[in-house]
Design a protein around this ligand. Structure first.
Ligand code: ADP
Ligand code: MG
Length: 266
């Protein structure tokens, strides 16, 4: 069955399977999170309300310890709220069992982290193919999909390279391809440029802007204001609460910014 999103999206490679009726991708309602450390309790999220619609590109900012990663882990179904609700494409995640959560993570969510988390003895192509193992798909289709997304991030010529043979920026692009291979509804990225130099960071933001232009919803955590400006909306956390939520004005185009930056030999 073709969904609305599939018909509308021009980029075939990343088209996510979305419900026919448009619901917010993310709805967090009065979310609290406590970490129980025996003697003490850390109140990491203190009543977070946030709605993210399909096609948004949100940068989450805030100083260290403000709750960004805790919130992202919840969005990524890696952790549950202690109280409050989290709806992912209209589904209350707390109603799902472990198996259903794993399935949702695999099908609907793509993750990119600061450390690239690639398997070191495994080629770029094999790293990207891995998440497709859970989908019931013939081997040649899995390989074809992995190649497609690697080409999309500009690594079509590096399929057989091992992570150690790739620069940091290239490794992060492999990680992005891996996050995209199952055509997720959302890309969640926690400090994806944290280990990269400034030019390479902007290159990663160019990929994110291109993906977002093709319809992919992106939630990105960063503490760098320059990086947050490439998103369409910034949400600032402080002490486990949202303190600011603003559209980005005069958003720079990463491809144009790159033209003004000196090139670095890789
Ligand atoms: P940020 O990503 O903004 O730096 P975090 O979400 O990692 O913030 O942390 C928010 C608060 O929760 C901090 O006080 C942190 O020490 C605490 N915290 C985070 N993860 C854990 C954990 N697994 N166990 C206990 N406390 C935690
Ligand atoms: Mg963090």
């Amino acid at each position: 069955m073709a969904t609305l999103a599939q018909v509308e999206l021009k980029n075939e490679v990343i088209k996510p399977e979305r419900p026919l009726v448009e619901v917010p991708v993310i709805q967090a309602q009065d979310v609290h999170k406590y970490y129980d450390l025996g003697e003490t309790k850390v109140h990491a999220l203190r009543g977070v309300d946030l709605t993210i619609e399909p096609g948004e590109f949100v940068a989450i900012m805030g100083s260290s310890g403000s709750g960004k990663s805790t919130f992202m882990n919840m969005l990524g179904c890696l952790d549950k709220p202690s109280s409050g609700k989290y709806l992912l494409e209209g589904t209350d995640v707390s109603s799902l069992d472990k198996k259903q959560l794993a399935a949702i993570r695999n099908r609907k969510l793509g993750f990119v982290f600061q450390g690239f988390n690639l398997l070191s003895r495994t080629t770029a192509l094999e790293n990207v193919e891995l998440p497709t193992l859970y989908a019931q798909m013939p081997k040649d289709e899995r390989t074809a999909r992995a190649k497609e997304v690697l080409e999309l991030v500009g690594l079509g010529q590096r399929l057989d390279h091992f992570p150690s043979q790739l620069s940091g920026g290239q490794q992060q692009r492999v990680a992005i391809a891996r996050a995209l291979v199952n055509r997720p509804a959302i890309l969640l990225a926690d400090e994806p440029t944290g280990n990269l130099d400034s030019r390479t960071s902007v290159e990663i933001m160019q990929i994110f802007q291109d993906l977002n232009d093709s319809g992919l919803t992106i939630v990105l955590v960063t503490h760098e204001p320059d990086i947050a400006q490439f998103a369409k909306r910034t949400v600032v956390f402080r002490d486990g609460k949202i303190r600011h939520d603003d559209p980005v004005k005069n958003r720079p185009c990463a491809a144009e910014v790159l033209r003004t930056l000196p090139t670095i030999d890789e």
